[in-house]
Design a binder for this molecule. Structure first.
Ligand SMILES: Cc1cc2nc3c(=O)[nH]c(=O)nc-3n(C[C@H](O)[C@H](O)[C@H](O)COP(=O)(O)OP(=O)(O)OC[C@H]3O[C@@H](n4cnc5c(N)ncnc54)[C@H](O)[C@@H]3O)c2cc1C
Length: 424
């Protein structure tokens, strides 16, 4: 608290790497921070990765340190399962209404898992992009922060079942838990609402949703991950067989007037990284990468050069026109724009490198309207109201390092706004 009794408070919407970084930076500079995340866990898309480039470390590396800083900070309040609903007031004194959904599990939860054994209801596992199921009461993933179970209220029959309540030795399950509304006054809002994968089923001719062995790049991250649906084994979804050949299809739906016009900037690096996942498990697998042009700026070029040395990786310059099925295998067709020849490859697995779609916050401003976006849906730097600061992939496609730099900048801007608002 300052001498005039008002506190500097910054709201951060979105608890991915961008939001976490901004929250930590602002709090360590002396601000109060409220971090609001709509999922039951923090970490965003990064926690769904197997490894991340350029160093190929697991998501635990880096995130664990951040979680510890969040846990021990006296100035950060984390609200999971929460979203901003409305914003009133004006620059320097925004009145924010947050809606928080019930977790149905309280802090007595030790994540022992007794409830899961008792729960009779299955639901699709969103964390694994629908590959596999969880029970209606579930731990989102083994590294979840907070490490606490949650109930999917759409799937759970509630008190009429109640088997999890009886099974829990800690009285941690409360099926009567209700949504809450939280009101706050804040000086600035950092929008770190991130991205979601482009819906590959919209892309004509590439067979996603029709052929089980056509998957997307985000699904590949989960397949390769030791806490994923196959415990880290890259295999064909249709029959669980090992793979001898795989094709990566770059710009699947991206840089295309019919689907996503923009380049997502990270998909080339993601596929080159995933080619390494394949190579680690299958020393002899044939890997084809179909591309328009490979984008690996700056130091990432080294990563590209390294892959080019692999004699069983073929880089084919050509946009894939069609994928069809032949037995369980897939036939990929493209025109090689360097030779002018039609190329076909028969492979066991296809990975579509789908792009990044900005994820929005459906927030309502009491002055009218919502957040300003560009033609691709990304939040714009100019929001019309000072103190509304977009960061990370909500603003533009970016790799993790770029998001962290951006978040630090946004935290600094938010501190300036607080300083100018008469608060200390
Ligand atoms: C296939 C693939 C592989 C990749 N691999 C790498 C890699 O190896 N290395 C690398 O550096 N980058 C990689 N990236 C990029 C990386 O995923 C992004 O840089 C990173 O996820 C951006 O973090 P973010 O916090 O901006 O967004 P996100 O990770 O999307 O986090 C946003 C958070 O905000 C939450 N949220 C959304 N809306 C709301 C709301 N209304 N209210 C509250 N919360 C909300 C979300 O639930 C989420 O937790 C990859 C991308 C792809 C597509």
């Amino acid at each position: 608290m300052s001498g005039n009794g008002r506190q500097r408070t910054i709201l951060v919407a979105g608890g991915g790497i961008s939001g976490i970084s901004a929250a930590i930076e602002a709090s360590e500079a002396g601000c109060q921070v409220v971090l609001v995340e709509k999922e039951p866990y923090l970490g965003g898309r990064v926690v769904q990765m197997h490894q991340y480039f350029p160093k190929l470390c697991p998501p635990t590396c880096g995130l664990e340190i951040n979680f510890r800083r969040l846990r021990t900070s006296p100035r950060i309040r984390c609200l999971t399962l929460a979203e901003v609903e409305t914003i009133g007031g004006g620059p320097g004194h925004y009145q924010v209404t947050i809606r928080r959904r019930p977790r149905m599990v309280n802090r007595k939860c030790t994540a022992c898992g007794a409830c899961v054994e008792a729960c009779p209801v299955e639901r699709p596992d969103a964390f694994n992009y629908g590959m596999g199921t969880t029970r209606a009461i579930y731990l989102p993933h083994p590294m979840a922060f907070p490490l606490q179970y949650v109930i999917d209220t759409d799937a759970c029959p509630g008190a009429e079942c109640g088997k999890c309540v009886a099974a829990c030795p800690y009285q941690a399950i409360d099926l009567e838990m209700q949504s809450e509304t939280i009101q706050l006054e804040v000086q600035a809002v950092i929008w770190a609402t991130g991205w979601e994968p482009y819906d590959a089923s919209k892309i004509e001719g590439l067979g996603f949703g029709t052929y089980p062995n056509v998957i997307t790049n985000v699904m590949m991250e989960r397949l390769a991950s030791s806490n994923g649906p196959t415990a880290g084994k890259i295999q064909r979804p249709s029959d669980g067989q090992p793979i001898q050949s795989v094709a990566f299809v770059q710009c699947a739906g991206s840089r295309d007037e019919n689907y996503l016009k923009h380049c997502s900037g990270v998909c080339c690096m993601a596929s080159l990284k995933q080619a390494r996942y394949v190579r680690e498990q299958y020393p002899d697998a044939e890997i084809s990468i179909f591309y328009i042009d490979i984008r690996t700026p700056g130091r990432l070029e080294d990563f590209y050069s390294e892959i080019q040395k692999d004699g069983k990786v073929q880089l084919i310059k050509g946009k894939v026109a069609k994928i069809s099925e032949d037995g369980g295998d897939l036939v990929v067709e493209a025109e090689d724009t360097l030779s002018g020849e039609r190329v076909t490859r028969k492979v066991n697995l296809v990975v579509l490198a789908t792009g990044i779609v900005p994820q929005g916050a459906e927030v309502r401003f009491e002055t009218g309207g919502g957040l300003a976006r560009d033609e691709h849906g990304f939040l714009t730097e100019e929001q019309g109201l000072s103190g509304m600061l977009p960061v990370g992939c909500a603003k533009r496609p970016s790799e993790v390092a770029g998001c962290v730099r951006d978040a630090t900048g946004a935290a600094l801007k938010a501190l300036h706004i607080c300083a100018g608002s008469g608060c200390e």
